[in-house]
Each structure stands twice: as structure tokens, then as C-alpha cells.
Design a protein around this ligand. Sequence first.
Ligand code: AMP
Length: 213
Amino acid sequence: MVFLGPPGVGKGTHADILAKDLKITHYSTGDIFREILKSSSPLGEKLEKYVNSGELVPDEIVFETVQEVLSNSESENGWLLDGYPRNKNQAELLDDYLETDGKKLDWAVYLYAPNEVLIKRLINRRVCRDCGAIYNLVNSPPKIDNICDKCGGNLIQREDDNRETIKKRIAIFEKEFEPLKEYYENKGILLKVLAEGNLENIANNIKEGCQIG
Ligand code: AMP
């Protein structure tokens, strides 16, 4: 499956919950890119200006990364991609790649919420520098300030989680999303879920929508 939706809608959080439930592997292109940025590699240098400013990384670079990750995947039950695709071209590249392997996507889960909710969530989002766990200072704060409950790592604010970059990321999402949504609607695999309110309810709605459990 793929998880779609604007920044801050909870793709990472819900992808993680569902992947654990289904015992499938969760891949996040954003997380993969942030990991690459930590190493001072030529690819990292290329990615930096896009990722830190909230702009989309060119499709060829993203797809090369996705292809590498999926072809090395050892997940027997399948996988869930979060943050990919971001536009129709990326969706087509993925489908072509899967087709050559006789595979296809089961679901494109689209999470949505009002922009003011997204902005508030992103401003208050903190992530663990070591394990990537996600916190919200208002809704789900860590037990000890700035320390990850899961691994004891330091919590940081993502470089692109500032008001100006957030607005730019939402605008890019809105510009690219309509054709992508139509693409999956036409294939009959788009599942729309409102991602506002209680976390557990949202997770259940996703599971029920995908007829799992
Ligand atoms: P995310 O963690 O999904 O918000 O992604 C963080 C940043 O990584 C984005 O703002 C982009 O710069 C880059 N990125 C992640 N996934 C993609 C993608 N599928 N296409 C282009 N850029 C991406």
C-alpha cells in the first residue's frame, strides 16, 4: 500500500500503527532522505536543498531510492510506503516497476484534515533524533521534556517544520494532489479517511476501510 496526504496529517504515525498490525514493513521516503542527509555523501549534498526547504526532490532521484529499497525488501507479507508517491508521475513509475514483477498495489490510503489542524500539528511536532519516534507537544508529549520515551534519544524539531516552510509544503501538496487522487480513484483503490480527532478511531477507520482485522 501507499499512504498519501498533506504534511502533518499523520501518515508516519498511522503507517507505523498499521504496519505493526499487519506485520508488514513501513518505508518512509522522508525518513530515508533524512538518514541520507546525516551522512555527508554526494547524494546527501544533492538532497539537502530540497528536503530542508520543503521542496520535492526530483522524481528520478526519489524513484531510484524507492526502487532500491523495494528491491532489497525482505518483507514477506508486503510493505507500506509513506510519503511516496507525491505526484502522478511517481505513481506511474511505481506501478510500472511493480508490474514488471507481476505485483500491484492493494490500497492507496488518503488521510486528510483541515489546514489549520495540519499547521498546528507540525509546529508542535518533535521527532526522536535516534529512532524517529514522533511526538506532539500538545497531544502526545514525551514523559520527560525533550527525551524519547522509547529509546532515550533527544527530541528535535525538523528543519522543515517552521511556519513558512510548512505553508510552502502544503501548497506543493495541493498543487500536485488532484491528478494523483484521480489516478488511484480510477483504479478503484483509493481509501479516504478523515485524520482528525482520536488516534485510535482514525487507526480503526483505516483498518476497516482496508477490510483488515
Ligand atoms: P516527509 O517526511 O514525507 O514530509 O518528506 C520530507 C521531505 O523529503 C519532503 O519535503 C521532500 O523534500 C522529500 N521527499 C520525501 N518524499 C518525497 C517524494 N516522494 N517525492 C519528492 N520529495 C520527497
